[in-house]
Design a protein around this ligand. Structure first.
Ligand code: AMP
Length: 502
């Protein structure tokens, strides 16, 4: 038995002197140096008593050491769970306990706060700092490299906890085959080769920066410019050394705010990819005007890896997420899993080698969302047009039902965003005595624009059916977003929940 994920991602580069990581200060780490460190992390896991199938939790700053610990876990057959650095000790306690992790790796600054939590959860605590210091990082450097552990295709590689805006966060079980199949498809679809240089500014505790970006770079054998976080100045400074970037929409809007973004700055780039949240068609157009590049938008989620993508060579349509990737089936369904007629909106369901194995320790949740025939109910609402392009119209739970009519927030948001003086908007439902729910628009005006509720409502009146028109408009200077650029509608809903009832 082999370890195909390990061999595909790391095996081919073993001992290669070619660059793997390029750090912002110009330090370079070769595949050979990185592979050696990863093999020693594997050795340190084995020395700490971890066996294949055991779990290690990592709440670490993005760094070569965090990546080496992950690579070491894959090598030793240990299931890793990367945790958002923003999680509080109480939240970390839930993940470590739920996953039954035997080891928690953390930054030295948090060790005091996490010691009791690790002990309470029966896990050992190890310190790994971003600069490679810390007791566990040092133990890893001193450890003997561990051999590659044999793993089956359906053995677990990682538990990725979903961001969980409602209810408890769920641990999505990702198998070796789930990760490898998706990386293979993406390298091909997006035409990555060892001549690329990927500008990497995403966090690596989330599927986008972790599996999409890193696995693609590893499989293609291309180096990554590895930034600790997104910083517009740094991205602008380093872009002329790169050929590709993957980002969330906020990366693109922030870069557009900077006059240094020009087609000359992007002269070495061949591909800009966006995902994790909807990219406004306006951003797509502005980016093309400024840089000459059409952003390639794709769609995926933690549980499924990537599902659809705009084409590399064909038309990249703004506002759509393109076609189902090769080997992945996508259906638009009603509540019972039956296909809706072509072009109509329904819930997206997907099946393929990319789809996860279920939620860790949550068989009922798994049964609710993963059908017996293998289709996963994404919870996203969308439609497929006659040419096969998929458009996401929102999350199912964001659907507003007012007076018995369905209102898809995205449709109203697009109408609002088109109005002069509107920078962006979010549309939510609030409890309403007569209608059940009433439509509320949260509008962010452009700098200097003078907008009021009446101007907005008058401008919408001609274009949208009456039931879709907002019954209240409120103004904000920005929308609340999480680190992946998703608008946190749950916070907005909470804010306006009494707007029609008091
Ligand atoms: P996560 O599991 O954190 O990656 O979140 C996945 C969710 O992000 C999906 O279910 C979608 O609701 C949303 N999402 C991801 N990519 C896109 C996209 N290109 N356009 C619209 N929504 C997206």
């Amino acid at each position: 038995m082999a370890n195909h994920l390990h061999d595909a991602l790391f095996g081919r580069h073993d001992g290669s002197a070619r660059d793997f990581l390029i750090l912002p200060d110009g330090t370079r780490l070769s595949h050979a140096a990185f592979g050696d460190l990863a093999a020693r992390y594997a050795g340190a896991f084995v020395a700490a008593g971890l066996k294949p199938g055991d779990r290690v939790a990592l709440q670490l700053e993005k760094s070569p050491d965090m990546l080496a610990a992950i690579a070491g876990a894959i090598r030793a057959g240990i299931v890793f769970l990367p945790l958002n650095t923003a999680y509080t000790p109480a939240e970390v306690s839930y993940f470590v306990t739920d996953a039954g992790a035997r080891l928690l790796l953390c930054d030295g600054r948090n060790a005091g706060a996490l010691a009791a939590i690790a002990e309470g959860a029966g896990a050992a605590l190890g310190v790994v700092n971003a600069d490679g210091s810390g007791a566990f990082a040092e133990a890893a450097r001193a450890a003997a490299p561990a051999p590659v552990a044999a793993r089956r295709a359906d053995d677990l590689a990682a538990l990725l906890y979903t961001s969980g805006t409602t209810g408890r966060s769920k641990g999505a079980m990702m198998s070796h085959a789930n990760l490898l199949s998706n990386a293979e498809v993406l390298v091909d679809y997006w035409r990555f080769t060892d001549r690329d240089v990927l500008l990497h500014a995403l966090p690596i505790f989330h599927t986008h920066g972790l599996f999409v970006a890193i696995n693609v770079a590893l499989l293609a054998g291309c180096p990554m410019i590895f930034l600790p976080r997104f910083d517009a100045d740094e991205v602008i400074r380093l872009m002329p050394q790169a050929t590709a970037m993957m980002g969330v929409p906020t990366f693109y809007t922030r870069l557009l705010d900077d006059p240094r973004l020009t087609s000359d700055l992007a002269r070495t780039m061949r591909l800009f990819i966006s995902g994790s949240a909807p990219l406004l068609a306006e951003t797509h157009r502005q980016w093309e005007t400024r840089t000459g590049h059409r952003i390639l938008e794709r769609y995926g989620m933690t549980e499924t890896n990537m599902i659809t993508s705009n084409p590399y060579a064909g038309a990249r349509r703004a506002g759509t997420v393109g076609f189902p990737l090769p080997g992945i089936e996508l259906k638009v369904c009603d509540g019972e899993g039956r296909d809706v007629p072509e072009g109509e909106i329904g819930t997206l369901e997907v099946r393929g080698p990319n789809v996860f194995q279920g939620y860790w320790n949550m068989p009922e949740k798994t049964a609710e969302e993963l059908r017996a025939d293998g289709f996963f109910i994404t919870g996203d609402l969308g439609r497929v047009d006659a040419d096969g392009y998929v458009t996401i119209v929102g999350r199912g739970k964001d659907l507003i039902i007012t007076g018995g009519y369905n209102v898809y927030p995205k449709e109203v948001e697009l109408a609002l965003d088109d109005l002069p003086g509107v920078l962006e908007s979010a549309v939510i439902g609030a409890p309403h005595r007569d209608y059940g729910e009433g439509v509320v628009a949260v509008v962010v005006p452009e700098a200097g624009a003078r907008l009021d509720e009446k101007t907005i409502l008058d401008a919408l009146a001609g274009g949208l059916a009456r039931f879709k028109q907002p019954k209240a408009v409120i103004f904000r200077t920005s929308l609340p977003r999480n680190t992946m650029g998703k608008v946190q509608k749950n916070l907005l809903r909470d804010e306006v929940k009494a707007i029609f009832t008091t």
